[in-house]
Design a binder for this molecule. Structure first.
Ligand SMILES: *Cc1c(COP(=O)(O)O)cnc(C)c1O
Length: 394
């Protein structure tokens, strides 16, 4: 057949642009710092995942530089063949200690952890039960299985129990997966109740704590520590790319889990390991979390202040319990306009619009940073108030 085999590329892209669903890349001239230069303009950064500002911490930078100087720019191989350095092992030992679990394993990214491990935990005759608002990388991990699936309403434990009761009779293994902190609304999954239900029905539990790692729980030790159930979640998965300020996926749990995971996850087995600089920075990040509690404290002080002020201005910030604070404005077009005007005034925060959230729940999603000062926050708040009134949001 005579066809233009690549015509769809432009056609689909043009369609995205027409509907304003395309991603316009914003270019940073600085590091990801509390004051960043984005597209040539200095702004207060309110949409990076660098919650603790660790990506700019001198100890992390030194960790990266020292490791690169000593061990080179690349690792030379996948972990399973010749790409496991003493550094990688040290990160895993330190991380398990930090998470109070028996063992841990580092993946290239959090996405690679979900895509590589989830499909190995279940097979035909099993079932995966997911929260309806789980992250896209979980959804892709689930899609790589031939397992049956069920979805429960967001954080609805009654519905989860109903599904479990039914699944108990029909399936061999049962795997419950949830985000720990949900990235759009900033709410926290009731993982303590999920673990309790899982124990009753003999199900496995998997919590993706990408936004909780380094943020919630004492010293930022994550979702297990937050609920005082360390070591009770079968798979605690997380990332070094957010609060830890580096990059890399992680799981923490039993030695049995880790032995199984690294022998079975294709993303782990078939993809190069982290360069020494990455491992060096990861090590330093854990060290900093263990020895400098001020970063987590600052993050939460800033978060509480910012939320309180937004609420007293009359903004709807949903039911966030974390440093992710959505400022819900309604129509998608209004959220986009607010974001653009905030940028013009020196505040960088992106809109989240339909279809990522409901049509009437478009919002600006703000992410707090431990490195912002009260003066920075007041500056941002003043702009929110001024523009909120102008656009008749408050
Ligand atoms: C960011 C994120 C990931 C992916 O983590 P990376 O290490 O950046 O690949 C996975 N799950 C959730 C919930 C996330 O927010």
């Amino acid at each position: 057949m005579k066809r233009n085999p690549t015509a769809f590329l432009k056609k689909e892209y043009d369609e995205l642009v027409k509907n304003s669903f395309d991603w316009k890349l914003r270019i940073l001239k600085t590091g990801s710092t509390p004051h960043s230069v984005v597209d040539g303009k200095e702004v207060i950064m309110l949409c990076s995942n660098n919650y603790l500002n660790l990506s700019n911490h001198p100890r992390l930078i030194k960790g990266a530089v020292d490791a690169a100087k000593k061990f080179g720019a690349g690792s030379g191989s996948v972990r399973a063949i010749a790409g496991t350095m003493e550094l990688h092992m040290e990160v895993e030992r330190k991380l398990a200690k930090f998470k109070r679990t028996e063992s841990s394993l580092i993946y290239q990214t959090g996405f690679a952890a979900n895509a590589g491990l989830i499909p190995q935990l279940v097979s035909k005759g099993d079932i995966i039960i997911s929260d309806e608002l789980n992250h896209g990388s979980i959804i892709d991990g689930v899609r790589l299985t031939r397992t049956d699936r069920a979805v429960y309403k967001h954080c609805d434990m009654g519905e989860l129990e109903k599904v479990l009761k039914d699944a108990d009779k029909k399936y061999n293994r049962i795997l419950i997966i949830t985000d720990g902190v949900f990235s759009m609304d900033g709410d926290i999954a009731p993982v303590d109740q999920i673990v309790k239900l899982a124990n009753e029905y003999g199900a496995m539990t998997y919590a993706d704590d990408a936004h909780g790692e380094g943020v919630i729980g004492p010293d930022g030790r994550g979702i297990g520590a937050h609920f005082g159930i360390e070591g009770k979640i079968d798979v605690e998965m997380g990332t070094f790319s957010k609060a830890f300020g580096v990059v890399g996926g992680l799981i923490a749990g039993s030695q049995d889990l880790v032995n199984f995971a690294y022998n079975k996850s294709r993303t782990w087995l078939l993809s190069g390991s982290h360069p020494p600089a990455v491992a060096g920075a990861q090590l330093a990040a854990i060290d900093v979390l263990e020895t400098e509690p001020q970063h987590v404290k600052n993050l939460w002080d800033n978060t509480k202040y910012f939320k309180k002020e937004l609420n007293s201005m009359g903004f709807d910030t949903g039911h966030s319990e974390t440093p992710i604070t959505p400022v819900i404005v309604g129509e998608s077009s209004k959220a986009k306009e607010l974001s653009n005007r905030l940028y013009d005034e020196g505040v960088f925060a992106l809109p989240i619009v339909f279809p990522m959230v409901a049509r009437d729940k478009a919002r600006i999603r703000t992410m707090m940073n431990a490195g912002l000062t009260k003066k920075d926050l007041d500056f941002a708040l003043e702009k929110f108030e001024k523009l909120g009134k102008k656009l008749e949001i408050i």
